[in-house]
Design a protein around this ligand. Structure first.
Ligand SMILES: [Zn+2]
Length: 491
């Protein structure tokens, strides 16, 4: 072997050695600076619709432009406006039936209200449920048009708090479809009444949509002081009640999803999109008297939730814009995750590229971390990209874990569910949690979730792992799909 060949061989080996270790076009100081801005007091906890949240969206959009990420087809800029209605529950009102009076603030909670002041006939309708498969119909033979329907919370065989919460919307629809003016549920939930008042009686945000007649009934819960007052055993077959509600004010609010596109390099695959998502909103500023309020710090900076995810999304956008993969990539920084994944649901109803071309969603959001050696895939096993995810983590020095708390239903508690519900294979890529313990709850939705408590070596690794995962999935050979375990989401 000649000397020149030896040199050539040596340099090839060196070159390959370098090529194998992934390199990125973002640095630790850059991801650190991004997180420190996103989680700064200036952004005020990024509550949906707030000035601070708008600043976060603008910062992300400006960064996408700097990275060379393009706007979506038909979009003038990187923003997708999402309209919200901020709804304050009624603060006064009364439901008087027979001798019993139910008052707002005491034993009556009106969750959906409109102005009403009428004496109306009352119809009792079991649980107010209709199930076509089992043939159950609590409305069978009843005329509820223009009347108040009184039912019991939950379903005949299912009245855990979750069952109750999951049935609320459908019950209102069932009553409204039949022409009822109000639906009052007798409160029979194994949760203290003050919890219900606190949780469902606070202001909330909904996506603004054209007036929906099914949403326009008065709906609430009444707590019986004397058991049986609100039961169908009332002697009179024709009971009337007085219902007087003054609806709370509704405020229209705008917020933004931030959307960008990186076009794929493979002409056969470029029509397929990998959707990378992270929510940029958080919960804002704590109120005096609120559970997590402290006089020292009332700003919920959300460095972990979801500053880390937002920064990881930005890092991936920067790297992929300079190193585009075979498939195209859609960057989506969502608003209003904390309001119930409303920004991602809005996107799923108003996509910038057709959902049928969106082949995978790699969301990144988390509650925090207690391990700097790991990342978690919420939805591990559900799709056929676990190998890519695991390899990406390994290359960045992080080991992959699955869902740290299956009983908490985390898969359905972040933006990935908005896409999974449309049949798009989706997972959530989250910072490392080996157990849901003190180290996580110390920061989760607390004012303590600040940028100064973040391990920035870990943040860099996490950003690298997420970026590589996106790259590997976008370059994956063959179809990306649900596994048998994830089949229930297949459409
Ligand atoms: Zn959160």
């Amino acid at each position: 072997m000649k000397f020149t060949q030896l040199i050539l061989l040596f340099s090839l080996t060196v070159f390959q050695g370098f090529a194998q270790a992934p390199s990125f076009n973002f640095t630790k100081s850059e991801v650190e600076a991004n997180l420190k801005y996103i989680a700064s007091d200036e952004l005020g906890g990024r509550r949906t619709g707030s000035v601070g949240e708008q600043k976060a969206a603008q910062f992300i959009a400006k960064s996408l432009r700097d990275y060379g990420v393009r706007t979506a087809p038909g979009y003038e800029n990187y923003f997708q406006n999402v309209p919200f209605a901020n709804i304050l529950p009624p603060t006064s009102g009364e439901f008087v039936i027979g001798k019993e009076s139910f008052k707002i603030g005491d034993n009556l909670l009106i969750i959906n209200g409109k102005d009403i002041d009428k004496s109306l006939e009352v119809v009792f309708a079991g649980n107010g449920w209709v199930d076509e498969t089992s043939g159950l119909d609590d409305y069978k033979g009843l005329d509820v048009k223009g009347k108040i329907v009184v039912v019991v919370t939950g379903l005949p065989d299912a009245n855990s708090p979750m069952d109750v919460f999951n049935s609320m919307k459908r019950k209102q629809e069932l009553a409204a479809e039949r022409g009822a003016l109000a639906l009052i549920e007798t409160y029979k939930i194994a949760l203290p009444w003050p919890f219900a008042l606190n949780y469902f009686g606070k202001e909330r945000m909904e996506l603004s949509k054209p007036a929906d007649p099914n949403n326009s009934i008065v709906y609430g819960w009444a707590l019986e002081k004397t058991p049986g007052t609100l039961s169908p055993n009332l002697n009179s077959s024709k009971t009337t009640a007085q219902l007087k509600i003054k609806a709370g004010p509704v405020q229209q609010i705008q917020a933004s999803n931030v959307i960008g596109i990186i076009e794929g390099t493979d002409e056969n695959l470029r029509n397929e999109y990998i959707l990378l998502s992270a929510h940029h909103d958080h919960v804002g500023i704590g109120k005096q008297g609120g559970a997590a309020f402290t006089p020292q710090d009332s700003i919920f900076n959300g460095a972990r939730d979801n500053g880390i995810g937002t920064v990881a999304l930005m890092a991936a956008a920067k790297h992929l814009a300079a190193n585009p993969p075979k498939r195209s990539v859609l960057i989506l920084a969502c608003t209003a995750e904390e309001m119930g994944m409303l920004g991602s649901s809005w996107y799923a109803e108003n996509p910038a590229v057709p959902l049928e071309n969106t082949v995978f969603n790699l969301n990144t959001d988390g509650a925090g971390y207690n391990s700097t050696a790991h990342f978690n895939v919420i939805g591990k096993g559900l799709t056929n990209v676990d190998d890519e995810l695991e390899a990406a983590g390994k290359a960045a020095g992080l080991a992959m874990l699955g869902d740290p708390a299956p009983e908490q239903n985390l898969y359905e508690r972040s933006d990935n569910i908005s896409f999974a519900a449309k049949g798009i294979p989706a997972v959530d890529f989250a910072p490392g949690i080996t157990e849901m313990g003190e180290e996580v709850f110390k920061y989760y939705h607390q004012a303590a979730d600040n940028a100064d408590s973040i391990n920035y070596d870990y943040l860099l690794k996490f950003c690298e792992a997420y970026t590589l995962a996106a790259l590997k999935i976008a370059n994956k050979t063959g179809k990306i799909e649900w596994t048998k375990e994830g089949e229930k989401y297949r459409k």
